[in-house]
Design a protein around this ligand. Structure first.
Ligand SMILES: Nc1ncnc2c1ncn2[C@@H]1O[C@H](COP(=O)(O)OP(=O)(O)OP(=O)(O)O)[C@@H](O)[C@H]1O
Length: 458
């Protein structure tokens, strides 16, 4: 690590107790486990077959799979033996899982894909909805991993800004799954830069900058439209992707009460959704059936897995901090060398996004009418550096400083910077980028989510 003042201690793992246990799993069972962010476990598949959210584990690898800050399950269709080193906060073997119905859903989607190949039409556009922690992301991972294993190229879209899919949170993104998912990292946070054992998947990312799609629905819907347009174009352009279709993950809040269904409606129409999967809620299923049932659209109800766990605020915050850290520093397996540079505040154009009810800039610059936030504004332009930017992660977008706020909002993200220092008197800011080099573009979007990461630099 070349940078003064920066070190990797923040992401080094503490020494763990080397306690090794072998679990023998019968067919159609899963080993569920939770590991805190302060510990890690190593897992080896000794015999049999096993998978994690649809992605197969390799047998007797030299390098074991390492998990930390994880709540997950390793499932086996035919039985297996797992060797686990290190201690979990919770672990048990579950005999009741909804995997047969999830597997059947995959086969039903495969039948639609075969029809699409035969008729050269679009394959299934699958939307997964359900309450918070119903297992939507896990099911989306599983269905896309099974599609990949069947020789398909599914396009996966994440419309839940709370979780970053191949990028940091606060965004929505999509990518074609052309290689396997990293078993330990899941979809992972940051393949935008750096070396990786698994071929890199480059996502298309849009910055939202807030946690809840409802906080600024007009901004959210606008970027969903842009993402859907790109996904639809990709499906038209690539014959394998076209027949495979796409799998879309959503935020739990979108399914939370009728007043929020407008966003689901928008997604259904922009992505031309024709398979709607409702996880873990009879009432939502009935509402969705009434709203969206029509010829050519399948509405499926699936049970929530008993393994799904509620994640508390601290766990979710740690997960977000880890995603931001990994974006800049890489993981212990593949470290990056971030670059720190000081620039003049006047060299960049920063737009601030805050929720409709927020009076952020009113409080920052009292009495200045130009900055009064109003609900119809897309962003607020920042004319003065403020210490509130310290430790924030800002998105660099593919736009020019002369572009309108609409164009900036609708522009894709080319990377992120972390603000490590603000000198408001000298109008200077110091920022960290994952690689050396000058800032490629100078229009940045600063959201309130993810929140500032105070200990990023250790
Ligand atoms: N079978 C399982 N065994 C153990 N843990 C599981 C299992 N299925 C899901 N989980 C875990 O439960 C948590 C919630 O699952 P998931 O993220 O898929 O739900 P979600 O509906 O997408 O949540 P959100 O509403 O936050 O988007 C995650 O930590 C996930 O890894």
């Amino acid at each position: 690590m070349a940078l003064p003042g920066l070190n990797f201690d923040a992401i080094k793992l503490p020494l763990q107790e080397k306690q090794t246990v072998v679990h023998e799993l019968k067919s159609n069972t899963e080993w569920r486990f939770e590991v805190s962010f302060e510990r890690s476990i190593e897992v080896k598949l000794l015999s049999g077959t096993a998978e994690i959210f649809g992605t197969e584990l390799a047998q007797n690898q030299l390098e074991p799979y390492v998990f930390r800050g994880a709540k997950a399950a390793i499932y086996t269709w035919h039985g297996c033996k797992l060797e686990v080193t290190g201690s979990c906060s919770v672990d048990y073997i579950a005999e009741e899982t909804p995997m047969i119905s999830y597997g059947n859903t995959h086969f039903a989607l495969e039948a639609l894909r075969e029809d699409a190949v035969a008729s050269n039409t679009l394959g299934p556009r699958v939307l997964v909805v359900g309450p918070a922690n119903a297992g939507k992301t896990s099911l989306a991972k599983l269905l896309s991993a099974y599609a990949y294993r069947s020789g398909r190229t599914p396009v996966v879209a994440n419309l839940d800004p709370k979780e970053g899919f191949l990028t940091i949170p606060g965004t929505i993104s999509a990518s074609a799954l052309e290689s396997i998912v990293d078993v330990s990292q899941g979809w992972g946070s940051s393949p935008i830069t750096g070396p990786s054992q698994i071929p890199t998947k480059l996502p298309l990312v849009y910055q939202y900058g807030l946690e809840d799609p409802d906080a600024k629905p007009d901004n959210f819907k606008a970027i969903v439209r842009r993402l859907a347009l790109s996904v639809n174009n990709r499906l038209e352009d690539d014959s394998n992707a076209k027949s495979t279709g796409c799998i879309i993950d959503t935020a739990g809040s979108m399914s939370n009460g009728r007043e929020n269904y407008g966003i689901i409606q928008h997604i259904v129409s922009e992505f031309q959704v024709n398979v709607l999967i409702i996880l873990g809620s009879e009432r939502l299923y009935s509402d969705m059936f009434r709203r969206f049932s029509k010829p050519g659209v399948s509405i499926l109800k699936l049970d929530k897995s008993g393994g799904c766990v509620d994640r508390d605020v601290t766990y979710l915050q740690q997960a977000r901090d880890t995603q931001v850290k990994e974006y800049f520093f890489g993981s212990p397996q593949s470290m990056l060398s971030p670059h720190s540079q000081q620039i003049s505040f006047d060299e960049v154009l920063i737009y601030r996004v805050s929720s409709e009810s927020s009076d952020f800039l009113d409080s920052l610059l009292p009495g200045d009418d130009e900055y009064t936030s109003s609900s119809d504004k897309i962003f607020e332009k920042l004319d003065e550096p403020t210490s509130m930017m310290q430790n924030a992660t800002l998105a660099i977008v593919q736009a020019e400083p002369t572009d309108t706020p609409e164009t900036v909002r609708d522009s894709s993200v080319i990377g992120f910077v972390f603000i490590s220092e603000v000198d408001d008197k000298r109008r200077k800011i110091r920022m960290l980028t994952p690689m050396t080099g000058r800032l490629p573009k100078k229009v940045l979007i600063w959201g309130t989510f993810p929140e500032p990461v105070a200990n990023l630099l250790g």
